[in-house]
Ligand binder design. Sequence first.
Ligand code: PEP
Ligand code: MN
Length: 358
Amino acid sequence: MSNTELDLLRQQTNDLNLQILKLINERGRIVQEIGKTKEAQGINRYDPVRERAMLDSIIEHNDGPFEDSTIQHIFKEIFKAGLELQEDDHSKALLVSRKKKPENTIVNLKGETIGDGEQRFIIGPCAVESYEQVAEVAAAAKKQGLKLLRGGAFKPRTSPYDFQGLGVEGLKILKRVADEYDLAVISEIVNPEHIEQAINYIDVIQIGARNMQNFELLKAAGCVKKPVLLKRGLAATLKEFINAAEYIISQGNDQIILCERGIRTYETATRNTLDISAVPILKQETHLPVFVDVTHSTGRRDLLLPTAKAALAIGADGVMAEVHPDPSVALSDSAQQMDIPTFEKWLNELKPLVQLKA
Ligand code: PEP
Ligand code: MN
């Protein structure tokens, strides 16, 4: 073959590449239109039956030189790209997305604001054990000028034989302490049927990592006028986490705080692996405030200070940590809760790093 012949063939391939490119993009635009129509009609975008029919019809027309399996593979990729295009369009439309609403959502808790640029702390025991125990931590929080107190009343424990929490009794203790110390209290709810009752006692509904995809719970929390702190699931991707928040907001409740609390990886040095880069990603992708729970992400008391510093430095809206008057006798998470002097030292090291409202 002469060089001119080769050049000619190469030129033909280049032209064909451009034609294929044009056709693929044309197909993409039509697929986007289909996506919009399906969304408007509430139809699922992925339709495996139609995809199978399209592939069969393409293969029927294939007279080589490519094998059917090769053609099938190439077209499968084209279909997948089309579906991704529809999903991109869809994620732009998510109610939690910053594209939908550029301004930060600010959550107001009894006058304390979250998400307005000032970094906050939520502290308190893992579980509510008694009035005295919660009151002691509340007094310590108040002394430090903090306003947000946590405490679990319904504990979703990995083992059914572990302490399950005091239930409604625990919520009543939180309410009493909140009133006496003028604090806002946050507690986990695990059952959608408990929400109506719980909101009489608490200021923030926590949805825990184990329940991040409990869709009935998310929907129930979305139906009430009470802020929600949503924790990232044990093995949830950020996309899944964002979609879980979408479940809440889609029911009308936009008062949502996201909380990174570590994810399960192969690393065993920490209880979970704190995914610190989740913070700026969530801040970019959504308009919701983002907290970091340093206790459950590390499971180690010696890491509570450095990880909290990292959270503040990377732009989290706040840090959550567990504090107990006597962690050695705590009914849950005794290895990583701080006692009160340790908490005071921890907070005082963090205070100079806290970003205040601009
Ligand atoms: C908690 O904060 O009490 C808790 C159980 O955390 P997580 O759901 O993140 O494990
Ligand atoms: Mn805990």
